[in-house]
Design a protein around this ligand. Structure first.
Ligand SMILES: Nc1ncnc2c1ncn2[C@@H]1O[C@H](COP(=O)(O)OP(=O)(O)OP(=O)(O)O)[C@@H](O)[C@H]1O
Ligand SMILES: [Mg+2]
Length: 255
């Protein structure tokens, strides 16, 4: 197998319980590097839960319990030796509603690097510029770096949240319905950005928008009631699904 095709993330017989509720059932899945993987399925099927497992955000939910294995580059993310700070730096997350800090554009992007102890001004300036460029936002904000992030448009705020992630040099970017608060123009912008990001990073997106999954992802995962029903190249999942339930969902017959 060529090295580029070794999975970045692997879930093996992953089960997740919220107290007695079985939210993920025996999920086994490989996520390829430098690929956009879309997770689709009806509301409540466990898409966000699966995404949050990859950087152990579910640890914050009281009563949540995990069984099974998840590895990042072959390393067990649940191992006692795994640093959560480092894991969440390597596997960053963007949410449905952009959540910039009530700080300037600059301070949002530099928040992570400063927290990680980077202080030289030149280095911070480099990170600022590279991260904003990486998020496709530099041209728009280069003259507004000291303005409040919350004054940006919602679409630009979402790009800023992506820049904030890039500033800590992640390897995997998790996006949970990142466009659901955005207009169609900003949505396309984020999709183009995801395409560029996937040249460097492993990108996972949860979306309710079937057209978005079909046009913007390389691979698709269909989930139902906590189970992974089907996974494969997006074109195949959308044109020749192997499972009848996938077909019913993508043709809009339920969900
Ligand atoms: N913190 C929690 N405590 C208890 N149950 C939860 C918690 N979070 C999610 N659940 C339940 O787990 C199941 C999966 O939820 P999850 O949010 O992962 O679904 P989803 O596919 O992302 O749905 P949506 O499309 O509506 O965002 C749902 O039945 C939900 O009610
Ligand atoms: Mg969700």
């Amino acid at each position: 197998m060529p090295e580029a095709q070794l999975p970045k993330l692997r879930a093996r017989n992953l089960n997740l319980y919220y107290k007695a509720f079985h939210a993920l059932s025996d999920v086994t899945l490989d996520i390829l590097p430098q690929t956009i993987t879309a997770i689709i399925g009806p509301s409540g099927c466990g898409k966000s839960t699966l995404l949050r497992t990859f950087n152990r955000m579910n640890d914050l939910v009281p009563g949540a319990r995990v069984e099974g294995e998840v590895t990042l580059d072959g390393e067990d993310i649940f191992a006692p030796t795994m640093s959560l700070v480092r894991l969440r730096r390597r596997v960053g997350m963007v949410f449905q509603r952009p959540n910039p800090f009530p700080l300037s554009v600059r301070d949002n992007v530099l928040f992570g690097p400063r927290a990680h102890g980077i202080t030289p001004r030149d280095r911070l300036q480099e990170i600022l510029e590279a991260s904003l460029k990486g998020a496709g936002l530099w041209a728009d904000v280069r003259d507004r770096l000291d303005e409040p992030a919350l004054d940006l448009s919602i679409g630009a705020q979402q790009q800023l949240c992506i820049a904030r992630l890039l500033a800590v040099e992640p390897e995997v970017i998790l996006l949970d319905e990142p466009c659901s608060a955005l207009d169609p123009y900003s949505t396309l912008h984020i999709e183009e950005l995801m395409r560029q990001l996937s040249e460097t990073y492993t990108v996972l997106i949860v979306t309710h928008n079937m057209q978005q999954a079909a046009r913007a992802s390389d691979r698709s995962v269909f989930m139902l009631l906590g189970e992974l029903v089907e996974e494969g190249p997006t074109e195949q999942v959308f044109t020749m699904p192997r499972d009848e339930r996938t077909e019913q969902y993508i043709t809009g017959r339920f969900g």
